[in-house]
Design a protein around this ligand. Sequence first.
Ligand code: AMP
Length: 381
Amino acid sequence: MTSSTVFLPGSTVGVMGSGQLGRMFAIAARRMGYRIHTFSPERDTPTGQVADVEVCAGYGDEAAVRAFAQGVDVLTFEFENVPVQSVDWAAEHCVVRPSGRVLHVCQHRLREKEFLKAAGLPLPDFAPVDSLDSLRAAVARLGTPSVLKTAAFGYDGKGQRKIMPDSNLGEAWAGFEGQAAVLEAWVPFEREISVLVARSVAGETAVYPVCENVHTHHVLDLTLVPARISPEEARLALQLAERAAVALDLVGLLAVEMFLLADGRILINELAPRPHNSGHFSFDASITSQFEQQLRAVCGLPLGATDLLRPAAMANLLGDVWANGEPDWAAAAALPSVKIHLYGKAEPRPGRKMGHLVALGNSLEEATEQVCEARRRLVRR
Ligand code: AMP
């Protein structure tokens, strides 16, 4: 097998990870006649429920990883924190896309920032932190407010701490328990945006319209597409995402989270080499969903069209929506342009991503109004 091998419908695609991103990927893949195997340490998972085969083993279980890779034609990921060692084992038995090198960069904030900087891409000022002294030096250079983030395993604002002028740095650093970290300059952004870009085996790229993201308590709450930004700002955002995909030599899908500043500058916050929560709108509102696009890219097929069918708004459903009992699904379904997506998770813990809603509208305002109304209707009083 070479790096340009094509996997046609009927092939078996392996997915490392078993959450909702893998679930929607599996749904798209099965629709196109592929078989899906998923690998993770859990059972009865969102992906496993719709896959042909669900393997339950640890990522460090070499025999299990090798056996899994032997049973698939091509392997991909639904989250980037799979150990690179496991990817290397798998790559001895099947094609792996994107490559372990891409995961290695994107699973570590400091490596990712150094990669972006070396590629000449714009990002917030940052400094590596590995001791209290280096934290003091970093705060002296970057000022306050600033944000201290763990280098590894950070997502949805986890492992982050805002540093203010009166912050006790000793206490802040103690909270990181010696984990490598990055201090980031505070960005007074006007909007948070993201761009999904796919890159094929042949090096062809396809970008989706810019998403505008609204976060609550560091977790994505709403995505509005197309983002309410100027055409020049949108052009710049798409160009930066494409440049990041090319610089990574990516084969697959990449989500690029960015901050838009009041003066029109755009800084890259984070890269995720997989489908992304902000791209969920595409399942209902795009000619080709982000999940089908990931499949096309990793299977070596030509990429699909990324046109938006109508303005769209996506609202996440966290476990909090279940606070007063089972949500009123019928009340939300009574809004005919709203789509309900649920991930098959049994326990609706507060803050846990349980599902999402998407509304398509004649205008972005209408779509936003509909999706927010549907979510309001779900909560029992
Ligand atoms: P992250 O986990 O890095 O994506 O951060 C989660 C959220 O925290 C972002 O979506 C922003 O809302 C906020 N945030 C992160 N870094 C910064 C920063 N340097 N300046 C301002 N806000 C930030």
